[in-house]
Design a binder for this molecule. Structure first.
Ligand code: ZN
Length: 281
């Protein structure tokens, strides 16, 4: 605490101490309230039992504790993306009523990780995972970019393997930024959009009707008071949420607003690419 940069960080640390001595989850939530408000700090950190990817019942989370330096130069581009969210979110192919009336523009920073204790270094983080906080109070997006970090080989191997030399050069040229932007789309617009729709408490009816973007049919159900996403979707809730985030990220990469601030120009995308390669891939 003597080294905290401001009063918010001191409060955050005090609530961490309270939570880890008492085991009270509300105290941990309180620490996260101060953490969300600590926008673009120089030193970023977070800890707790955060992600429950590895528990099939989605109950037990794995300990994560990390400290990073915010890379202010790289963060500028992500801040531009956040400012364009009112243009980008409507591109998502679902009913606009499913979106929050006001997108809680998050802090979106690029990190150089100093130390990470946990199950494995992710390429992006979108927390807190408390759904009620995420919807009503906000969240932060963090992208971990490290030039020394190997590129996710699996994602690009098939594409590169099937491509001609010309296209392969093109893939090599844009793959790092493509991977970064996929992570950005996943965290910011995949996890960060949408809301739970609740029945009207008095009438017991859905407050509005929605059309399924795939089938064109009307939705028939929605949440009752007190129900939570994780409880309703059970053991598939985490994987389903991750699928939503990944698909949203990939879908949005088709739009220029996503990549135009990241040093990619249209001519670069079309320059060498042989479209038959890409179709085949
Ligand atoms: Zn995710």
């Amino acid at each position: 605490m003597p080294y905290a940069a401001n009063e918010r960080e001191k409060q955050m640390l005090q609530w961490y101490i309270n939570s880890f001595t008492s085991g009270n989850m509300e105290d941990h939530k309180q620490s996260q309230r101060y953490w969300i408000k600590d926008m673009i700090p120089t030193i970023e950190m977070n800890m707790g039992w955060i992600e429950h990817y590895t528990d099939p019942t989605n109950q037990r989370a794995i300990w994560n504790g990390w400290v990073a330096i915010v890379n202010k130069k790289r963060t500028e581009n992500f801040t531009k993306l956040v400012h364009k969210s009112d243009k980008i979110i409507p591109l998502l192919p679902w009913d606009k009523n499913i979106e929050k009336s006001k997108f809680l523009a998050p802090d979106f920073t690029s990190l150089d990780m100093l130390v990470y204790a946990g199950e494995g270094l992710p390429s992006g983080i979108n927390i807190p995972n408390y759904q009620d906080m995420k919807e009503n109070e906000g969240f932060k997006n963090l992208v971990i970019e490290d030039d020394k970090k190997p590129i996710d080989i699996q994602k690009f191997y098939l594409l590169d393997h099937l491509a001609s030399n010309k296209t392969s050069d093109n893939i090599q040229e844009v793959q790092r930024v493509a991977e970064t932007l996929q992570t950005a789309g996943h965290e910011l617009f995949g996890h960060g959009t949408g809301r739970a729709i609740f029945k009207d408490e008095k009438t017991g009816k859905r407050p509005m009707s929605f059309v399924d973007p795939m089938s064109g049919e009307s939705y028939t159900s929605c949440y009752s008071k007190g129900e939570k996403y994780n409880d309703k979707w059970g053991e598939i809730s985490t994987s389903y949420e991750e699928c939503k985030a990944d698909v949203a990220g990939m879908y949005l990469l088709n739009f220029k607003d996503m990549w135009s601030d990241f040093g990619i120009e249209m001519h670069q995308i079309n320059k060498n690419a042989d479209s038959t390669d890409l179709l085949q891939a």
